[in-house]
Design a protein around this ligand. Structure first.
Ligand code: OFO
Length: 166
C-alpha cells in the first residue's frame, strides 16, 4: 500500500512525464514548421514514449492503492532559436527528470517502500539511456555545426531513422 507521501511524489512525476511529452510535441511542431521532418518524426516518437512513461506511473499508483491524478500542464515553448538550442533544452530537461527520479528512489528507500523502489528502477535505467541518446545527438549537431544548412540536412536525415531510448 502506497503511503500518502509516496503517492503524492509519484503524482508529481506524472506531471513531469506528461509535460515532457507535451514538450517533445511542441518541439516536433517547430521542426515540422521548418521542414525538418526527420527531426519532427523522431520527436513525435519520443512524445509517445514520454506519454507511456506517464501512463506506467498512472497505473502503478492506482494498482498500489493510491489515486493517480491528472494534472494541469504548463505550456511548453513554441519557438526555438535553432536546432542546437532545441536539443540543448531537451537535454537539460532530461537531466532534471533524472534528478527527480533519483529523489524518488531516495524517498522510497527512506520510507522503506521497496516495491516502489523496484518499480522505479525501470526509470533509472531509462534516464541513463535517454541522457546517452541526447548527448549523442548534441555531439552530432555540434560536429556538423560548421557545415551550415548542409549540416542541418544531415542531422535531419540521421534523426529520421533514430529510435527513442526505449
Ligand atoms: Fe520519461 O524519460 Fe525522458 O523525461
Amino acid at each position: 500500500m502506497l503511503s500518502k507521501k509516496i503517492a503524492s511524489a509519484l503524482n508529481e512525476q506524472i506531471e513531469m512525464e506528461g509535460y515532457a511529452s507535451n514538450y517533445y510535441l511542441a518541439a516536433a511542431s517547430w521542426c515540422d514548421s521548418k521542414s525538418l521532418q526527420g527531426c519532427a518524426s523522431f520527436l513525435l516518437r519520443h512524445a509517445d514514449e514520454e506519454r507511456m512513461h506517464m501512463m506506467k506511473l498512472f497505473s502503478y499508483i492506482n494498482d498500489a492503492g493510491g489515486h493517480a491524478v491528472v494534472p494541469a500542464f504548463k505550456q511548453p515553448p513554441e519557438k526555438f532559436k535553432s536546432l542546437l538550442e532545441l536539443f540543448e533544452d531537451i537535454f537539460k530537461h532530461e537531466l532534471k527528470v533524472t534528478d527527480a527520479i533519483n529523489n524518488l528512489v531516495e524517498l522510497c528507500l527512506k520510507e522503506k517502500d521497496y516495491a516502489t523502489n523496484h518499480f522505479l528502477q525501470w526509470y533509472v535505467e531509462e534516464q541513463h539511456e535517454e541522457e546517452k541518446l541526447f548527448r549523442t545527438i548534441l555531439d552530432k549537431i555540434k560536429l556538423l555545426e560548421g557545415e551550415g544548412p548542409r549540416g542541418i540536412y544531415w542531422i535531419d536525415r540521421e534523426l529520421a531513422s533514430m529510435k527513442p531510448a526505449s
